[in-house]
Design a protein around this ligand. Structure first.
Ligand code: FDA
Length: 498
């Protein structure tokens, strides 16, 4: 409430925020989480929490009048739809050179993501974050994160015959026939629940295509794991539909100003809270935007120049291939990917490509992929005093490097299979999904913008604990690494700072 004083305030309830909240609470600290999105726990008028995939309504997008689907086209037309403006669960934030998809709500990205829970190869992690003791990460913090997230593995026997993974088996076959390595990928979606969906004994969620607008069943999102455990301590209070706008030093700690929003995005109240410690966990983009704005407007003027730098898109690029009629990918597809093609060791263009579902409810013969590549480009955030907004200078042309790396896999597969790229999925005629990312990373890089545990230089009691710490790439899907790094950092912060 307005005027309160709290020992610890966490901005955002995604992976970093959820870890911070749980571990602080377990150490006896009272925590206030401030989350700009909604709490997705109450059914709408149709009896569901999240909206149907093929009939999206306001619940699908954060304050938009029209959907903005990542794969937004099919056979010559856009299949976006008009929707009511509402504080929906998926945000497509447009920075000109790139659209950044992010989850909005209690649970952050865990509400909308594909659940792929990938621990990177140790040598890749060590190259990305050389200041972090990799031995500790792999013996302690990655296992801790995987356990607390509820990561589980697909039953390999079931996989071989499950109708809903025909698309993945076809993707694997094509990778193998072209000599590429592949690997199963663990997930936080409950595979036992999915088996029941396939058997017809449980309400379908992954098998109903649910993912980017939220899963009504089956997904172990953070509200059921870390945040559920945090709430059970009795020491954590979450304020949904509250957006932090300002953080500045004040008497007894930091003064945090926030806007309370209604479900149309309008500010209905402005509140001020004093916090002894503030954890920035608003996501790579949210944290970077806040800190860059605070530095530019003199609220936190001593933040270092490294704040706002080294932002990357995890080398994301999407592409579809058109299969032959005898290589159908199935009319029933699980929305949870379960395997990836591993070409990271290729010095000519490292890539890890997830074999992605394209659940259209009918046979499309499409093989879809989301490639994570080692794109070297990094963008910076800057404050525009004219508009009061924070810009990100990512250039669309920078994604050519990602396309080149992805082509090293898919040109080869196309040549071997005698197939071609789909050109109708990302525009009327556009082969590459190269203008958006699911994996924003960086902006407040560990050991540069912060110390080696996320403490912001110049401001004791301010911490960064989310994807902003990771310098633009994780070599695989990022949330397990974000979670494990947060586990490492919060343990040290609790031991040394409290
Ligand atoms: P995260 O974005 O999770 O949380 C930040 C929270 O802060 C949000 O809830 C936001 O609303 C809130 N916030 C922001 N600004 C605020 C403010 N000013 N005040 C209050 N609250 C504020 N990764 C993966 O490993 N496997 C996968 O399969 C996928 N798939 C995938 C699909 C899609 C569609 C998306 C969009 C993303 C993925 N990801 C993924 C990426 C993954 O979800 C992402 O990396 C993490 O959610 C990032 O975790 P963070 O803790 O950094 O922020």
């Amino acid at each position: 409430a307005d005027g309160d004083t709290v020992p610890a305030l966490v901005i955002g309830s995604g992976y970093g925020g959820a870890v911070a909240a749980l571990r602080l609470a377990q150490a006896g600290v009272d925590v206030a989480i401030v989350e700009m999105g909604m709490s997705w726990d109450a059914p709408g008028p149709d009896g569901r929490v999240f909206c149907p995939v093929l009939k999206p309504d306001g619940r699908s997008y954060w304050l938009r009048e029209r959907t903005d689907q990542p794969v937004g086209y099919f056979m010559g037309g856009s299949y976006n739809k008009d929707i009511d403006r509402y504080t929906g669960v998926l945000d497509s934030e447009d920075f000109g050179g790139i659209r950044v998809y992010q989850g909005r709500g209690v649970g952050g990205g865990s509400l909308v993501n594909g659940g792929m829970a990938v621990t990177p190869k140790r040598e890749n992690f060590a190259a990305i974050l050389p200041s972090v003791n990799a031995e500790e990460m792999y013996s302690t913090y990655y296992p801790r994160a995987n356990t607390a997230l509820g990561v589980n593995h697909i039953d390999k026997t079931w996989f071989e015959s499950a109708e809903c993974y025909q698309f993945a088996r076809v993707g694997r076959k094509h990778a193998e026939r072209s000599g590429f390595g592949w690997t199963f990928v663990p997930n936080v979606y409950d595979f036992e629940y999915m088996k029941k969906e396939q058997a017809g004994t449980a309400t379908r969620s992954a098998l109903a295509g649910e993912v980017i607008y939220g899963n009504n069943y089956g997904k172990r999102s953070l509200d059921r794991t870390y945040l559920g455990a945090a709430a059970a301590t009795g020491k954590v209070r979450i304020s949904p539909l509250h957006k932090v706008t300002t953080v500045t030093p004040g008497a007894g700690g930091y003064r945090v100003e926030m806007a309370q929003l209604d479900s149309s995005g309008k500010t209905v109240a402005v509140k001020n809270v004093t916090a002894q410690r503030v954890f920035f966990a608003a996501g790579s983009v949210g944290t970077s935007k806040l800190l860059v704005a605070m530095r530019a407007t003199g609220k936190l003027p001593d933040l270092p120049g490294a704040v706002g730098q080294k932002w990357g898109n995890n080398g994301n690029v999407m592409v579809g291939r058109a299969n032959h009629m005898w290589d159908g990918t199935g009319s029933l597809q699980s929305s949870m990917p379960c395997l990836g093609i591993d070409n990271w060791a290729d010095p000519g263009g490292p890539a890890f490509a997830e074999v992605a579902p394209f659940p259209a409810g009918l046979e499309t013969y499409v093989s879809l992929y989301l490639a994570i590549t080692k794109n070297p480009n990094r963008a910076a955030f800057s404050f525009d005093s004219g508009t009061g907004k924070v810009n990100l200078n990512w250039q669309k042309s920078w994604n050519q490097s990602s396309i080149n790396a992805a082509k090293r896999i898919f040109d080869k597969i196309n040549a071997k299979e005698g197939t071609i790229y789909r050109t109708d999925l990302f525009g009327v005629t556009k082969t590459w999904g190269d203008d958006f990312t699911y994996h924003p990373l960086g902006g407040c890089v560990l050991n540069e913008a912060t110390d080696n545990y996320g403490r912001l230089h110049g401001y004791p009691g301010l911490y960064v604990i989310d994807g902003a710490l990771i310098p633009g790439n994780t070599s695989v899907n990022p949330f397990v690494t974000i979670t494990a790094l947060a586990e490492r950092n919060i343990e040290r912060i609790i031991a040394d700072d409290l």
